[in-house]
Design a protein around this ligand. Structure first.
Ligand code: ASP
Ligand code: MG
Length: 434
């Protein structure tokens, strides 16, 4: 019998009516003969509201107590959904993350899952129950309650799917899937049928919020077939899976953007061996996540080092940067929160030259200045001014014709014909082409 893990996000369980609708969907899936394990997020904005409540008590709550508080959000939705399923005459049972065997490290607020002991969930499923698990939480190796970081219910779902050897993990959300760009910025953005784990990793790391980055890492490591889809329709969403012959094989999949980072420049750093390590080791020790780094060519024996980091890490980084400046004898430190990052992602970039140049052309034609550039084998990212990010996303989306059908990568002629037909039953050639 097939086993499916379904995860429902906060909007999908936003009020009692919606919870009842989710219950109907779940029962429908169970009636079709599948075993179902559900993971839920907290209702609507509950997590934000609980954080706000804590901040009215203290500006710096202890991680342990904040986690204790925040995990209550998912408990509420898991209990209510279980009741709603019971109301429909089906047997269901809820478990907290801890009861479900989600074991994490001891880092409060962003714990990592180290083990999933799914025996209890399995037994409940085998006894004919629909199982509901509270997302976003676990129990640490020190037996304290932990949370997995914002968006962490995705990770709970994928980790459970891996441990249960589920046939698929369905992530139900308030959008129809993964799009070629954020539809709020680009109304003509197209829903992707499938993306590879590698592409989704780059997209999540570049600001696409549809899946938490860590859940994609998990999906890739354990080959969990993941389906991102809307809980408000029956439409097929986007499959996140291993790259294979049947995939669209687009050169470019999507353009993502991220406004959550800030830029820091350390000015006039003496140019000698060991400087980068003197700058970045203390930041790493403080748990600050550095993203892009550029170091300028040295003039008169001094150089500037710029990098980006999450805005939320700035407060922790500032005292460290102050010490670093003194220690390395830099001339100054500048912070700039008004930046944004646009990233172009596509597996076909690996074998297709000229993509970066086309992206820079698009930005140049739109009169948008690029501050920092970084690349991976399947991604090009540019830092631009925050107020230019919407224009940048649109210009790049347009340049690569992402609203049209996928741009096909070179392949054996037979495969290409097959793909063209699959993509475009009418027989017209898909648009684009590089
Ligand atoms: N409720 C948590 C959050 O708002 C976890 C989740 O929704 O995935 O971040
Ligand atoms: Mg989410």
């Amino acid at each position: 019998m097939a086993l499916i893990v379904q995860k429902y996000g906060g909007t999908s369980v936003g009020d009692a009516e919606r919870i009842k609708r989710v219950a109907e969907r779940v029962v429908g899936a169970a009636d079709s003969g599948q075993r179902i394990c559900i993971v839920v997020s907290a209702m609507g904005h509950t997590t934000d509201e609980l954080m706000e409540l804590a901040s009215q008590i203290t500006p710096e709550p202890f991680g342990r107590e904040l986690d204790m508080l925040l995990t209550a959000g998912e408990r509420i939705s898991m209990a209510l959904l279980t009741m709603a399923i019971n109301e429909l005459g089906r047997r269901a049972i809820s478990f907290t993350g801890s009861q479900a065997g989600i074991v994490t490290d001891t880092t409060h607020g962003r714990a990592r899952i180290v083990d999933v002991r799914a025996r209890r969930v399995l037994e409940a499923l085998e006894a004919g129950n629909i199982v509901i698990v509270a997302g976003f939480q676990g129990v640490s190796t020190e037996f304290d309650i932990t949370t997995l970081g914002r968006g962490g219910s995705d990770t709970t779902a994928v980790a459970l799917a891996a441990a249960l050897h589920a046939d698929a993990c369905e992530i139900y959300t308030d959008v129809e899937g993964v799009f070629t760009a954020d539809p709020r910025l680009v109304p003509e953005a197209r829903k992707l049928h499938a993306v590879s784990y590698e592409e989704m990793l780059e997209l999540s790391a570049s600001g696409a919020k549809v899946l938490m980055l860590r859940s994609v890492e998990y999906a890739r490591n354990y080959k969990v077939l993941t389906h991102v889809r809307s809980s408000f329709s029956d439409n097929e969403g986007t499959w996140v899976r291993e790259e294979d012959e049947r995939m669209e094989r687009a050169i470019i999949s999507a353009v993502a953007h991220d406004t959550s980072e800030a830029k820091v420049s350390i000015l006039g750093v003496p140019d000698r061996p060991g400087i980068a390590s003197h700058v970045f080791r203390p930041l790493a020790d403080e748990g600050v996540n550095i993203d892009m780094i550029v170091q300028n060519v040295a003039a008169d024996g001094r150089t500037d080092i710029s990098f980006t980091l999450p805005k939320e890490d700035l407060r922790r980084a500032e005292p460290v940067l102050d010490q670093v400046r003194g220690r390395v004898g830099a001339r100054g430190v500048e912070t700039d929160p008004d930046i944004a990052k646009v990233s172009l992602v596509g597996a076909g970039m690996k074998t297709h030259p000229g993509v970066a140049a086309d992206m820079f052309d698009a930005l140049a034609d739109a009169g948008i200045n690029i501050d920092i550039i970084s690349t991976s084998s399947i991604r090009v990212s540019c830092v631009v001014r925050a107020n230019e990010v919407a224009g940048a996303v649109r210009a790049i989306h347009e340049k690569f014709h992402l609203a049209e059908e996928a741009v096909i990568r070179e392949a054996h002629p037979a495969t290409v014909t097959g793909q063209l037909r699959a993509l475009n039953p009418e027989g017209t050639a898909p648009g684009g082409g590089l």
